[in-house]
Design a protein around this ligand. Structure first.
Ligand code: AMP
Ligand code: GLY
Length: 425
């Protein structure tokens, strides 16, 4: 079976690595891939946003199965385009992916179906937004969001009316987030612990992936700006059986069932970003994809064949009971470029990769790397994810940190406390 992985991050390297272990996989391609995916796949120089070229490539190369990593190609209709050409593809259609690409659609969907989430209002003009804010009906602070994919930006938490007014101007008047600023979402601020819950849906049934805990802040102790994720551990210390069952019955299953009823059957990975409030778990946002860096430790714990799982999801017969995970603890520590998540330099020579990767039990998943003239160089903010699974979390993290210390590039930084705190920070 010839498989195409679309994307270029650590998540895609981990997926390609796991797919490559399947006896059913005869060839794996990754578009565009990174310096690490070339070790398990053939990199294809096509942008992950270029749906038409990707479909042509898949047709010409006889690709039997495509799996899409990032949200943008899904929101551009990659799955619809592939399916219309008879290509097999894992991921939600454009209409199903609106759960992520339109925050307003997602909020209204949850409201229609009583899926727990914070209270909200929408506004398509600055005056309407001001009226909502002046009424104070959502309390303070209040959260303002541009309606669309704004590359993780476009979410402003305003503590005062003056901050809210500045956000209204930035989004609706100055259009700092482009067309994502046609509509504004104004949300109640939810308090609690943030956690994620990731599943694979076949349209009707759901396979929950092993739980993970992300570490979003850039620096140790939860300090510094938010990032795409500086490290993960699995299982999450914060999702016990009772919470797991509650999230499945009040959020995940109703989401999948109601999407199908609305004619937007959701097939693919579904990432629920949750706030564990005093009133129970509530949805902050949906992502229509696997997590990054959540996927990396999940792939280290998956024992079943990922090709079988993706095919079952596409065919509508995912059987969660048949999927096996190991009972180990796994972790991932992200090595980032100096300056990340702010501006950073690229092109720095990376040393020590082979030594680190050769250590027992270590998997180094590449994200922002390129391989050129026999050397690896940095090409992104999050550069590498050093991962391991162990009998205990300490065992996994000790191995990871020993391997990470072998890797060097100018400006490299990583958190030294992934998995160390009982509290997510
Ligand atoms: P989003 O892209 O919608 O997940 O928002 C990005 C981040 O902003 C989330 O991961 C939360 O940390 C925070 N956030 C978003 N919405 C809310 C909310 N209603 N209450 C509290 N925090 C929020
Ligand atoms: N690690 C956060 C995300 O994948 O959205």
């Amino acid at each position: 079976m010839k498989i195409l992985v679309v994307g270029s991050g650590g998540r895609e390297h981990a997926l390609a690595w796991k797919l490559a272990q399947s006896p059913k996989a005869t060839r794996i391609s990754c578009a565009p891939g990174n310096g690490g995916t070339r070790l398990v796949a053939e990199n294809i120089p096509i942008s992950d946003h270029d749906v038409a070229k990707l479909a042509d490539f898949a047709l010409q190369s006889g690709i039997d199965l495509t799996v899409v990593g990032p949200e943008v190609p899904l929101s551009l209709g990659l799955v619809d385009a592939f399916e219309s050409k008879g290509l097999r593809v894992f991921g939600p259609t454009r209409k199903a992916a609106e759960l992520e690409s339109s925050k307003i659609f997602a909020k209204q969907f949850m409201a229609r179906h009583k899926i727990p989430t914070g209270r909200f209002k929408t506004a398509d003009s600055a005056d309407k937004a001001r009226a909502v804010l002046q009424s104070g009906e959502l309390g303070w602070p209040v959260v303002l969001k541009a309606d669309g994919l704004a590359a993780g930006k476009g979410v402003i938490i305003a503590g005062t009316p003056a901050e809210a007014e500045a956000a209204v101007r930035a989004i609706l008047v100055e259009r700092q987030f482009g067309s994502a600023g046609d509509h504004l979402l104004i949300e109640e601020f939810l308090r609690g612990r943030e956690t994620s819950f990731i599943v694979i849906s076949d349209g009707t049934q759901v396979l929950p992936l092993v739980t993970t805990m992300d570490h979003k802040a850039a620096y140790d102790g939860g300090k510094g700006p938010n990032t795409g994720g500086m490290g993960t551990i699995s299982p999450s210390p914060h999702v016990d059986r009772a919470l797991f069952a509650q999230v499945m019955s009040t959020i995940v299953l109703p989401t999948v069932t109601r999407m199908k009823e609305e004619g937007r059957t959701y097939k693919g990975a579904l990432y629920c970003g949750l706030m564990l409030t005093a009133e129970g778990p509530k949805v902050l946002e949906y992502n229509c994809r696997f997590g990054d860096p959540e996927t990396q430790p999940q792939m280290l714990r998956l024992e079943s064949d990922l090709v079988d799982i993706l095919n079952a999801a596409i065919d509508g017969n995912v059987l969660a009971d048949e999927v096996r995970w190991n009972a180990k603890a796994a972790g991932c520590v992200i090595l980032a470029s100096g300056g990340y998540p702010g501006p950073y330099e690229k092109g720095r020579l990376i040393r020590g990769l082979e030594t680190a990767a050769a250590k027992p039990g270590i998997a180094v998943f590449h994200a922002g790397t390129q391989f050129e003239n026999g050397a690896y160089r940095t090409s992104g903010g999050r550069v590498l994810g050093v991962c391991a699974a162990g009998r205990t979390l300490k065992d996994a993290m000790d191995r990871i940190y020993a391997a990470a210390s072998e890797i060097e590039f100018d400006g490299a930084h990583y958190r030294s406390d992934i998995g160390a705190a009982a509290e997510p920070v």
